[in-house]
Ligand binder design. Sequence first.
Ligand code: NAP
Length: 274
Amino acid sequence: MPTVLITGCSSGIGRALADAFRDAGHEVWATARKPDDVEQLSAAGFTARQLDVNDGEALRRLADELEAQHGRLDMLINNAGYGAMGPLLDGGVEALRQQFETNVFAVVGVTRALFPLLRRARGLVVNIGSVSGVLVTPFAGAYCASKAAVHALSDALRLELAPFGIQVMEVQPGAIASQFASNAQRQAEEVLAADSAWWPLREHVQARARASQDRPTSAAEFAQGVLAAVGKSPAPAVVRLGNGSTALPLMARLLPTRLLDWALRKRFGLLRPL
Ligand SMILES: NC(=O)c1ccc[n+]([C@@H]2O[C@H](COP(=O)([O-])OP(=O)(O)OC[C@H]3O[C@@H](n4cnc5c(N)ncnc54)[C@H](OP(=O)(O)O)[C@@H]3O)[C@@H](O)[C@H]2O)c1
């Protein structure tokens, strides 16, 4: 039975992936950072473990346990992440740093910790990126930058891990039904103080934070798409799944920058002077 470890399984995409891979006959090590979520995952029949992806000690313990139990790992899905929304200068360097800790640095940290196990299995690393890393929008600068970085890191890992027989697949979801937007809206509220220079545009900031739930593809359908992609040999380097995942990158590639800027400024209230 192939073993797959997934980060961020408390909700949304992570939970749907855990369900899909379990139903397809994998042994799923489903990780989450809150004890209640770990309990729920355990009750649902997963090998559930607590993991905050920024917690190096927990990561080492998990790697040791996997080593002792299986001595190998067939697949790692780096899914955990969140959207640091709001004007880039309001969030500042601290919000950007935190965003990169979870969405970017942890992808390398988790993969590094599990590399010996993946190497033994000649396994597969799946990194969940985003169309937001391809088409950058306002009021999501930190998030877009983090996902663009995930794409670049996936490219580097794909090349560097190839000699070990480890494949790397990058998934760029469009809009997928999950808790992402409610978490993002909370983030945006925290960042956008009443003295913010962008306060008059707070409705637009919130609209951006909600955008991932605009006619979303269900997480279960998305997970089936990932399952189908990992079943291909070789695994595709990049997979785009979900509403907007084809159209938005196409817009980014084909539209002249000035036209795209105008469209995005219009959509998010940034045409008039503040
Ligand atoms: N939904 C979309 O439209 C969409 C589109 C493109 C990309 N994505 C990406 O898909 C991935 C999953 O997001 P989602 O849409 O399923 O949103 P979600 O429902 O909010 O799930 C995010 C998951 O990441 C976990 N997480 C956040 N920080 C963590 C940390 N430090 N350590 C461990 N787990 C952590 C969350 O745990 P808690 O419950 O403890 O917070 C939760 O399990 C993210 O990387 C996101 O950027 C989503």
